[in-house]
Write a protein that binds this ligand. Structure first.
Ligand SMILES: Nc1nc2c(ncn2[C@@H]2O[C@H](COP(=O)(O)OP(=O)(O)OP(=O)(O)O)[C@@H](O)[C@H]2O)c(=O)[nH]1
Ligand SMILES: [Mg+2]
Length: 397
């Protein structure tokens, strides 16, 4: 049965039997002491990274099926006018040797595509927190059977293989996302770099991650089994994972048919540890550390969210809107006070100015009246002088 993808929201589950060789989820019951095999588990991965970094190709390679339809390269950047990051959820139910995984792959096309990418990771952070919130609300219901668990267990952050280091956008987005879920940095298109420059690039990225205090997922290494410990060491030492994505089969010089990319100079193999870390990342995600990703989400990230919410909310109370936020309210109140104070001061200044003007007008009016009276008086005097004068021709008869 073919997978469907849905650009508008959640779609119904599609049953899928993974290819005969399988992808390794059958190993999960060995790790899962707590999760009942029959019930299976929910597992959600979010893909973040700039357009064209190879997110879709990687996921389709990982699950050996076209889980997400890739965009046409010629139209990839045409949706820049939308100005928002899309959140597309692709659901699939994977079955392998009677073990079920309800897989949710959350794709985020549009990330970092615009001229102004300020805060473009906010919808992603909101999405992750909303899943915690929805789970929290369900947990608080009297009947908790059939909980829908869409909590994100891993965020694969795709880094463009530019050879320098993380871009400021990457640093800010990774900081915000790493603080709330298991962040796994991934260098895409490893075949576009030489082994030496890839090594240097990885080092620079790790240095930036440390310098900027970005929290990334660090898988537990120690185990009672020495071979497991050594495999885990191998996985950790490869971080940040450099991957090659390709669902195409090519023929290697020695005749093997492998997943890879064919170049005039040779073949870049997906599942070859000499060429990239695909196998290590796949192992971490769906073979060796799926349980740890699920547990750390539950015990660390979700628990931190739950604790933070319980400090500011009563039991069963809805999550406050951004505008109900106490900090926001305090700021609004302070702003209102400042505004009122400013208006009051301006009003006072205006009133003083007005009364000054009135006083000045009154003073001028009084002066005018006095001048007017003086003129009248002088006129009367002139008239008196004229009538009483002997030379006045009107007095001669
Ligand atoms: N050389 C090389 N090209 C790759 C690799 N992975 C993907 N590509 C190519 O890169 C282009 C983009 O790949 P997508 O998987 O569609 O990228 P995306 O990150 O999903 O892009 P958006 O959906 O636009 O966000 C395609 O032409 C792929 O064939 C890789 O490992 N190496
Ligand atoms: Mg894509």
């Amino acid at each position: 049965m073919a997978f469907e993808d849905n650009n508008e929201g959640i779609e119904s589950y599609v049953n899928k039997n993974v290819s005969q060789t399988g992808i390794g989820i059958a190993n999960l019951p060995n790790q899962l002491h707590k999760i009942v095999t029959k019930k299976g588990t929910d597992f959600s991965i979010i893909l973040v990274g700039e357009s064209g970094t190879g997110k879709t190709t990687f996921v389709n390679t990982l699950f050996t099926t076209e889980l997400i339809t890739p965009l046409d390269d010629s139209t990839r950047r045409k949706k820049q006018c939308d100005k928002t990051v899309d959140i597309n959820i692709h659901k699939a139910e994977l079955e392998e040797k009677n073990f079920n995984v309800k897989l949710n792959v959350i794709d985020t096309p549009g990330f970092g595509d615009y001229v102004d990418n300020n805060d473009c990771w906010h919808p992603i952070v909101d999405f992750i927190e909303n899943q915690y919130e929805q789970y929290l609300r369900q947990e608080q219901q009297p009947v908790r059977k059939g909980l829908v668990d869409m909590r994100v267990h891993a965020c694969l952050y795709f880094i463009r293989p530019n050879g320098h280091s993380l871009k400021p956008l990457d640093v800010r987005a990774m900081k915000a996302i790493g603080a709330i879920c298991n962040l796994i940095p991934v260098i895409s298109k490893a075949d576009s770099m030489s082994p030496t420059s890839l090594k240097l690039f990885k080092k620079r990225i790790l240095d930036t991650i440390n310098a900027q205090n970005i929290r990334i997922y660090t898988p537990p290494v120690e185990s009672e089994d020495e071979s497991v410990t050594s495999r885990n060491r191998d996985i950790v030492s490869a971080m940040p994972f450099a991957v090659i994505g390709s669902s195409t089969e090519v023929v290697a010089p020695d005749g093997r048919v492998v997943k890879g990319r064919k170049y005039p100079w040779g073949i870049a193999e997906v599942e070859n540890d000499e060429h990239c870390d695909f196998k290590k990342l796949r192992s971490l995600l769906i073979r060796s550390h799926m349980l740890d990703l699920i547990n750390s989400t539950e015990e660390s990230h979700y628990d931190a969210y739950r604790t933070a919410q319980m400090k500011v909310r009563k039991f069963g109370e809805a999550k406050p809107k951004a505008t109900d936020n106490k900090v926001f309210k305090d700021e609004e109140e302070a702003l209102r006070k400042r505004f009122t104070e400013k208006v009051r001061l301006e009003e006072n200044r205006f009133r003083q100015w007005e009364s000054k003007l009135i006083a000045e007008r009154d003073r001028l009016n009084k002066d005018l009246e006095a001048e007017h009276n003086l003129v009248k008086q002088l006129e009367a005097e002139i008239e008196a002088v004229q009538t009483s004068s002997p030379g006045n021709r009107f007095n001669r008869k």
